[in-house]
Design a binder for this molecule. Structure first.
Ligand code: KIV
Length: 289
């Protein structure tokens, strides 16, 4: 694409399996729109998640619950346009797969057909194993997601770390095994202790990725968190690589100041006439009151 920095070849499921085998880390972020996706691709990101976190990061909801299939499809389409050469994961929103296997297959298919996604992600362990199997049987790659699952944060008592005691860790190990057994090509662990993550990553054959779960086969961060765009709260596991909100607010303040003072626009920011000023003055006379 014109003006685009040359990027590496688009990775696929075979690359992710090989990377796990060879101990090569996968780096990925969320993105929700064309520019963010384009920047992630230009930086050489291994994969991108169009998370339903878009509800909180870009739509201003206080949870992911209100996010609809239409929201997700539209943001996935923008991300695909911005990152045509990157593996992109479409996140299935709340109530798009919870009802039946058929509903899950139908909606997973929309991510591929309407938005060009490479795979889908859905939250849950044993309780969604039949959904993962049904979607996989339809020929669609699925990434599992266990631990802190934001769509069921109400049941978890909030956005809380999971698997910190032996009994809940046992449940998470069973969930991870069930997700692999159901056919998922990879699994994401969110906010679980690194000791548990290391065990699951070693025990499973499929790649195990982390968001706030310590080292394993790769790391995910929410772009709004790592870039300092999301101001409502910052989870403990986030490392901020930039403070883009501060840069934007400073730029807006400077712009307001220059507009008010008349410093902007200057002669550099206008289109000059191509006929003579005399001709223009004649024109203006025609229309004077
Ligand atoms: O929606 C999202 O961005 C996610 C992450 C929290 C893992 O699912």
């Amino acid at each position: 694409m014109k003006g685009r920095v040359q990027t590496v070849k688009k990775k696929n499921v075979l690359d992710f399996r090989r990377m796990k085998k060879e101990g090569e880390q996968v780096a990925w972020v969320t993105a929700y729109d064309f520019p963010m996706a384009s920047f992630a691709e230009q930086a050489g990101m291994d994969m991108i998640l169009v998370g339903d976190s878009l509800g909180m990061v870009v739509l201003g909801y206080d949870s992911t619950i209100p996010v609809t299939m239409e929201d997700c499809i539209s943001h996935c389409q923008a991300v695909r346009r911005g990152a045509p050469n990157t593996w992109v994961i479409g996140d299935m929103p709340f109530m798009s797969y919870q009802k039946t296997d058929e509903q899950a297959v139908e909606n997973a298919g929309r991510f591929l057909k309407e938005a060009g996604m490479d795979c889908v992600k859905l939250e849950g362990g044993r309780r969604v194993a039949s959904r993962i199997k049904a979607i996989t049987d339809a020929g669609i790659l699925v990434m599992g997601h266990i631990g802190l699952t934001p769509q069921s944060s109400g049941q978890l008592g909030g956005f809380k770390a999971q698997g910190r005691d032996v009994s809940s860790a046992r449940e998470l190990i069973k969930d991870a095994l069930a997700v692999q057994e159901a056919g998922a090509f990879a699994i994401l662990l969110e906010a679980v202790p690194p000791e548990l993550t290391a065990f699951i990553a070693k025990r499973l054959e499929i790649p195990v990725y982390s968001i706030g779960a310590g080292p394993c086969d790769g790391q995910l961060l929410i772009c709004g968190d790592m870039l300092g765009l999301f101001q409502a709260f910052t989870p403990k596991f986030v490392k901020k690589y930039a403070n883009v909100a501060e840069i934007e607010i400073d730029a807006f303040r400077q712009y307001i100041k220059e507009v008010k003072s008349g410093e902007f626009p200057s002669d550099d920011h206008v289109y000059h006439i191509i006929d003579s000023i005399e001709q223009f003055n004649d024109l203006f006379k025609e229309f004077e009151k």
